[in-house]
Design a protein around this ligand. Structure first.
Ligand SMILES: Cc1cc2nc3c(=O)[nH]c(=O)nc-3n(C[C@H](O)[C@H](O)[C@H](O)COP(=O)(O)OP(=O)(O)OC[C@H]3O[C@@H](n4cnc5c(N)ncnc54)[C@H](O)[C@@H]3O)c2cc1C
Length: 306
């Protein structure tokens, strides 16, 4: 149904819980609700949820998952993820601490995998660096943006010179430069983005700030940001826009339970309150069927299903 959002494996057993507690102490919790950690606010709990703040711990935890064949995934700010109502039976990892650092050196911005894109854009603007302004409204982390090749006028892949990763099962962090395609990258499925280096251009700081504000205003005017959502649900098909196809198929306002196709932006589904993941998935199916009947185009999901 969508690009894989997790590395497959077995569910967490009670012996695994004990071992994770030993490895992570208070940084791991069990049966942790995931809905509040995603922008759509739907879905069930993670069997285990770990907040990891340094590379050494990340390497150790991923080695444990590989050795025990435990299903795992990495969650950024959850702005492109739909969590199933049953939740996730393995380990969900969220990066924090050292992974949120942003440093500027000349025209290079090095940002941790958990740094929010908005913070990266603000730091770049402060330093008078241009090129990333359009990404200010992407409400996710650098890691999520690299995995998804997030973009609007510019895609993050166009700005990236290097990506620091830990590949699950390997001993140390390595450097890579994946290929970037529309809302995707060749980044190894087992790779966790620890940091990325972006190379930007030079401009005056006030001018860059002005462009940031313009991008934020445009989003406020065109996107239903007042309600929980997960951004664009479908990828744009070649040469067209999913929003145009959905709107002209008459889907705006279509509703299942608490999930509704936004009146403001047809490629957004909003949670009007009390929506379940099943509501959102049923609505996705209805929209896809309606667009297919009306336009003969099969829409593909952009959002990742966990
Ligand atoms: C209001 C709104 C507007 C949006 N506008 C845009 C837009 O203009 N352009 C656009 O491209 N997207 C947009 N999005 C979608 C989303 O913000 C981006 O895809 C974003 O890059 C996801 O980042 P995240 O941290 O939230 O990742 P998540 O949603 O948490 O995860 C997305 C995927 O990335 C993986 N991932 C997360 N962190 C890492 C990491 N450190 N290492 C490896 N893999 C990782 C996850 O496992 C998952 O597969 C929008 C979303 C919303 C809600």
């Amino acid at each position: 149904m969508s690009a894989a959002s997790s590395v497959p494996g077995q569910a967490l057993a009670s012996a695994h819980r004990e071992r994770l507690r030993t490895l992570l102490g208070a940084s791991v919790t069990f049966d942790e609700p995931l809905a509040p950690k995603t922008s759509m606010r739907v879905g069930g709990p993670a069997a285990a949820f770990a907040v990891i703040r340094d590379v050494a711990t990340l390497v150790a935890v991923l080695k444990f998952c590989v050795a025990e064949s435990i299903a795992w995934t990495i969650l950024g700010l959850g702005s492109n993820v739909l969590v199933r109502d049953a939740g996730f039976a393995g380990l969900v990892i969220r990066l924090a601490g050292a992974f949120t650092m942003i440093t500027v050196n000349g025209t290079t911005v090095r940002a941790g995998g958990a740094a929010p894109m908005v913070a990266v854009c603000r730091e770049a603007a402060k330093a008078g660096l241009t090129g990333a302004e359009a990404l200010v409204g992407v409400p996710g982390t650098v890691g999520g943006a690299v995995r998804m090749n997030a973009g609007t006028n510019v895609e993050i892949g166009e700005l990236i010179r290097a990506v620091e990763v830990v590949i699950a099962g390997e001993e140390a962090q390595t450097c890579t430069l994946p290929e970037f395609t529309y809302r995707n990258s060749t980044l190894d499925r087992r790779a966790v983005v620890c940091a990325a280096e972006l190379v930007l251009g030079v401009h005056d700081s006030a001018g860059v700030h002005k462009k940031l504000l313009q991008h934020i205003e445009r989003r406020n005017a065109t996107q239903p940001l007042e309600l929980p959502n997960s951004g664009s649900i479908f990828r744009n098909p070649p040469g067209d826009y999913a929003a145009r196809l959905i709107e002209t198929a008459g889907c705006k306002g279509m509703r299942v339970g608490g999930a509704e196709v936004s009146h403001k932006h047809a490629n957004f589904i909003v949670n009007r309150g009390g929506a379940t993941c099943a509501d959102v998935l049923a609505l996705i199916d209805q929209v896809r069927d309606t667009v297919e009947r009306r336009h003969g185009v099969t829409l593909e999901l952009e959002v990742h299903l966990l």
